[in-house]
Design a protein around this ligand. Structure first.
Ligand SMILES: [Zn+2]
Length: 410
């Protein structure tokens, strides 16, 4: 039998080996960690370590674990990783625990990957799905996005303690909602044509995730700690991770994250969270589809998102991101980086130039101009990814359609 047609696919890294969810988990997590190692190295931000160490330490001591604690300051960067690798060797660490937000968890996952150690993630907010995924972003010491690293597996243990997440600022959950809805707007463009079973599943889950958040985000934010709040936390921390896992490397980000990556090069953008910049990036992506393609669906989707953003407090413009006084030169630099040759922005089904991106970045809140008003015929471009033949995915939703999670795909 010939195997000549069988090519190796990258390994599937769909989910953590174990996910613990509940209240007051931090105080009882030692029993699960001792299964993985006896000498943990805990990685977190300075502030998180100061507040979490007194809570976590007793749980680890009860299992007689020998624990070392290290900050990932100044950032999830190559220099920090070099320092942490030394510290891991010095401590003879046999398990890594990451506790905190996306950058703390990304740093811990990278360290465990390089040292081939088991990894435990404990998210302290619902701002990203970093606790779940087999992916880490690497930044410069100054916080500019550099590149991402595909890891060999998802974490060995994810501990989602709702009590812990509830202590995080409201804004972190809002940011997590922005990052999570981006999955649909990006995956439907990058992978909407795919005939591969798992990728189709990932794109459809991204739509379900978006619908859950459209339905529940506002109520969740009104009642922190309530049942709806918990479902929304599950959506941003867990389901968003499922989509990344199912979709894998082929279900890539597109313009929303490319815009985020460009913005990280501006110092003034560092006061906003990853998901806030990504949420703004979705509007930029839709605006590009409008400007370059004349795509009416994108225009409608953008208006729908502006309304949603207004309700929950996601940034709609550069002003909202605190970039009111950004210079043309800085904006051009961010746009040029977002348009670099290797950027995922080029997964859009049309070419994008820096000037077009800048135009989109400054006009995210523009009113919808109907083609009839411009005296043109309202025709959809045939090349729109959501409207091609084959497995057809639901287009960006109509504002008239109910955001039902069980709507049938057209
Ligand atoms: Zn993201």
């Amino acid at each position: 039998m010939s195997h000549s047609n069988i090519a190796f696919q990258p390994p599937l890294t769909i989910a953590p080996a174990q996910v613990l969810r509940g209240h007051g988990l931090l105080a009882q997590v030692g029993g699960a960690i001792v299964q993985l190692g006896q000498r943990p190295l805990v990685i977190g931000g300075n502030h998180t370590l100061a507040t979490m160490q007194p809570q976590l330490q007793p749980a680890l001591e009860r299992e007689a674990l020998q624990t070392a604690w290290m900050s990932y300051s100044p950032d999830c960067s190559e220099t920090t990783l070099a320092t942490l690798i030394k510290a891991a060797k010095q401590h003879c660490a046999d398990v890594v625990i990451g506790i905190g937000g996306g950058k703390a968890l990304d740093t811990a996952k990278l360290l465990a990957y390089y040292q081939q150690l088991p990894i435990v993630t404990i998210p302290t907010s619902a701002a990203t799905c970093a606790a779940w995924t087999a992916l880490s972003n690497v930044y410069s010491d100054q916080g500019a996005f550099q590149y991402d690293v595909a890891l060999v597996r998802c974490p060995d243990l994810l501990v989602l303690d709702y009590d812990l997440v509830q202590t995080a600022p409201r804004r972190t959950l809002v940011a997590g909602i922005g990052d999570a809805i981006a999955k649909w707007y990006e995956a439907s463009v990058s992978s909407g044509h795919s005939q591969q079973t798992l990728i189709i599943a990932a794109v459809q889950q991204a739509r379900v995730l978006r619908d859950i958040l459209f339905q529940k985000a506002a109520l969740a934010l009104e009642e922190p700690g309530g049942q709806t709040w918990q479902e929304v936390v599950d959506a941003t921390v867990l389901l968003a991770g499922v989509i990344g896992g199912l979709g894998g490397a082929q279900c890539r980000t597109v313009a929303a994250h490319a815009v985020h990556n460009g913005l990280t090069n501006l110092l003034a953008s560092h006061d906003t969270l990853h998901g806030e910049k990504v949420a703004y990036g979705i509007l930029v992506q839709l605006r590009l589809e409008e400007i370059v393609q004349g795509n009416q669906l994108a225009a409608t989707s953008r208006q729908q998102l502006l309304k949603f953003y207004g309700e929950i407090g996601l940034p709609q413009s550069l002003d909202d991101l605190g970039l009111t006084t950004v210079s043309i030169a800085d904006l051009q630099q961010a746009a040029a980086i977002a348009c670099a040759e290797s950027s995922d922005i080029h997964r859009l089904p049309f070419a994008v130039e820096t000037a077009q991106l800048m135009a989109a970045m400054v006009s995210t809140t523009a009113k919808e101009v109907r083609r009839e008003e411009r005296g043109e015929r309202s025709e959809q471009p045939a090349s729109h990814p959501h409207r091609e033949e084959g497995i057809s995915h639901t287009p960006h939703p109509s504002p008239l359609a109910p955001h039902s999670t069980n709507e049938v795909t057209a």
